[in-house]
Design a binder for this molecule. Structure first.
Ligand code: SF4
Length: 684
């Protein structure tokens, strides 16, 4: 029996895995994050072990037939290395790009960043986490000097008096986390949910606020306006621990409640009720997730809610403050170790000379050999195959054909490449387009660390022997680096890679240098920063000071701009997308698990809308945007705004519709809202 962690979301629930041929999942009650609870994805986490669609041999595209055919590892890696060498010789190092994933272990994320900068010498690396939490990360860094999704353990939620969830459906996306809301309410605390849909999380709410999609920022401005007007600002805290409040106070003066109602659709009385709850509470927690963040004004939206939490005197105090509920399994760690276009390990900025010096020293290469800042995730994909863009792409842990915004366009860009290489466990939609597919290990067959949404570093332990023919991502990078003549070797032992990662992170903002595999096992996870072996780790951050140069948190003046696309005559409905309980991300894994219902895609619509269209539940509807069209059955629900349609994004289709407008700071695409037309499909 092995104690390990779920392969899916950022909660990283602990579980036990027993048996080899047909392993079974059982509860690990002692692990504090989930106390034995799992969602149905976790209970069925062994569903991909021994799956008939599992890849066990490299696949190479046959030039004559255009089909993928089996090949040996040597043949596949030799071919990839030869083609990469040729492209680099002809077009330079930036002609080769790397795309990573927020589900990769810390060790893989670290090694992938190093591989790009050292073995390929390319600046062209980014990852799908850019589409997950980058707006919250940018906002957190600006406000607090440091981005750690939750700067406190998740269980602290229970001790707050009021928790405001903005754009989070945690009861469905990470159900074990919902027990903290239940315990909070048992204690007499209250939950506010801000969401255009009445979700299973909203069913637990004392107050549900359903703004027009894309207007969360205006709502926060209105909340702060009323807090100021009612004298509810914690002036002593603001004076002692923050800067910039005066400018923000003046800016929100224009956001009187009637204006907020006009923009957000939230009735004035509801806004006042929300403010009364906040004003009367001692400890307030504001938590955002993708609903607030995946917007072209996502960074400013998060900053506006941080302003609210700061004005209430909550950030950096016990059981209060602001946090982001990261989504992907290693959404937190994935962004710390160098997969991002602008960062080196330890959250170091790539254009900081001191950071380059330090990392180059750990890697054993000259600092001047490290490339500079590359393109962000969507911009990288958008440039593929263009004259100035990369000609080859190596993808690890991502299925962009399903998960990228404006996905049909991204698919065309992938098809324009000279070489597409995808490492995956199954033939995902992206792997199916590849010239070379490399079959890699899955969660239970490899050891590695992940950092959950609380900043707790956990250890996923190998419980099963991988099938013959399958290699780990670390083996793939080792094999390619060797063939490419890398100036330094790439190790394949995860514990050794983790130790190097710790040295690279030392002195950085996300310092792992005091964490070891043994400590993680003994302590059931260690919170970063942990700068020394004797350091206890840091479950709660900012209690004494923030990570800014003067130790104070920053208020930011932000203005509501609205979504990049507004409903109009041709596209009169707001379209929003999101997750469902039984599926995870692009669905490449969970759609193949037989015990999980594969019942999508579908389109949630309010009865007011479907009556006008003459559509009943289950009948097909066509959803169109300026970028594409999809057809799926209607699900008629009274839980959504009448002006809004919802499509889950785990299946091909939803992201053919979504908007690739980017947040100017975080480069987050506007997944969460665009203008759409919905019509009945008339059978002929
Ligand atoms: Fe826990 Fe998330 Fe896995 Fe569900 S998917 S068991 S909530 S880690």
């Amino acid at each position: 029996m092995t104690e390990t962690h779920c392969p899916y979301c950022s909660l990283q629930c602990g579980l036990r895995l027993q048996g080899r041929r047909t392993p079974e999942v059982s509860a690990w009650e002692e692990f504090p994050v989930n106390e034995g609870a799992l969602c149905r994805k976790g209970w069925n986490a062994a569903g991909l072990v021994g799956h008939r669609e599992r890849l066990t041999t490299p696949l190479l595209r046959d030039r004559a037939t255009g089909e993928l055919r089996p090949g040996s590892w040597d043949e596949a890696l030799d071919l990839v290395a030869d083609r990469l060498r040729g492209l680099r010789a002809e077009h330079g190092p930036d002609s080769v790009a790397v795309f990573g994933g927020g589900g990769l272990t810390n060790e893989k994320a670290y090694q992938l960043g190093k591989f790009a900068r050292v073995a390929l010498a390319t600046s062209q690396i980014d990852y799908n986490g850019r589409w997950c939490m980058s707006s919250a990360a940018t906002a957190g860094t600006r406000a607090f000097g440091l981005d750690r999704g939750l700067p406190f353990p998740l269980a602290d939620v229970e001790q707050a008096d009021v928790v405001v969830l903005v754009g989070s459906n945690l009861a469905e996306t990470m159900p074990p986390a919902a027990r903290h809301l239940d315990r909070l309410r048992e204690r007499g605390g209250q939950v506010v949910v801000v969401d255009p849909r009445r979700t299973p999380t909203a069913d637990r709410a004392d107050l549900l606020v359903q703004p027009v999609p894309g207007t969360d920022l205006a709502l926060a401005l209105g909340v702060l306006h009323l807090l100021v007007a009612g004298g509810h600002v914690d002036n002593a805290y603001v004076a002692a621990r923050t800067t910039g409040f005066e400018e923000v106070r003046r800016a929100v003066a224009a956001w009187w409640p009637e204006r907020v109602e006009r923009v957000t659709g939230v009735p004035v009385e509801e806004l006042r009720a929300l403010v009364r709850l906040l004003a009367d509470a001692g400890r307030v927690m504001v938590l955002t997730a993708r609903g607030a963040e995946q917007h072209s004004q996502g960074t400013d939206t998060v900053l506006a809610w941080i302003n609210v939490a700061l004005a209430l005197g909550q950030c950096g105090t016990p059981y209060g403050g602001y946090g982001c509920l990261t989504g992907q399994g290693n959404g937190q760690g994935g962004r710390e170790h160098g997969q991002k276009a602008d960062q080196l390990p330890g959250y170091r900025m790539i254009d900081d000379p001191a950071a380059r010096e330090h990392i180059a020293g750990v890697w054993g290469v000259p600092p001047e050999s490290l490339p500079g800042r590359g393109r962000s995730a969507y911009e990288l994909l958008d440039a593929l195959g263009t004259d100035a863009g990369p000609k080859a792409l190596l993808v690890l842990g991502s299925n962009v054909v399903v998960s990228a915004p404006n996905a049909s366009h991204v698919t065309r860009r992938l098809e324009a490449l000279d070489l597409l290489v995808v490492a995956d466990l199954v033939l995902s939609e992206t792997a199916a387009l590849a010239d070379v597919v490399l079959p890699v290990t899955q969660w239970a067959e490899e050891t590695g660390t992940l950092t959950n949404l609380e900043g707790r570093v956990v250890l996923r332990q190998r419980a099963l022997t991988p099938p013959d023919g399958v290699r780990s991502d670390l083996d793939v990078l080792h094999g390619l680096a060797e063939r490419l003549g890398s100036p330094v070797p790439f190790g394949t032992d995860p514990e050794e890679v983790f130790a190097e990662l710790g040295r690279a992170s030392a002195g950085g903002k996300a310092d792992y240098s005091g964490i070891t595999y043994d400590r993680i096992r003994d302590e059931q996870g260690v919170f970063w920063p942990c700068p020394a072996p004797a350091h206890p780790g840091t479950p709660r951050m900012f209690l004494d000071s923030f990570a800014t140069p003067d130790g104070r948190a920053r208020f930011h003046v932000v203005e509501h701009r609205g979504a990049a696309e507004q409903p109009c005559g041709d596209f009169p409905v707001h379209l929003t997308t999101g997750r469902v309980l039984a599926q995870y991300q692009s669905g490449a894994q969970t759609r193949r698990v037989r015990a999980l219902p594969d019942d999508g895609p579908y389109v949630e619509l309010h009865p007011t809308l479907t009556r006008r269209m003459g559509v009943t539940d289950g009948e097909p509807v066509r959803v169109s945007t300026r970028r594409g069209t999809m057809t799926a059955p209607a699900r008629v629900v009274a839980t959504i705004r009448p002006d809004t349609a919802f499509v889950p994004f785990h299946w091909v289709g939803a992201n053919r519709l979504t908007n690739d407008a980017l947040d100017p700071s975080s480069r987050m695409p506007e997944f969460k809202v665009c203008a759409a037309a919905v019509e009945a499909v008339v059978s002929t």
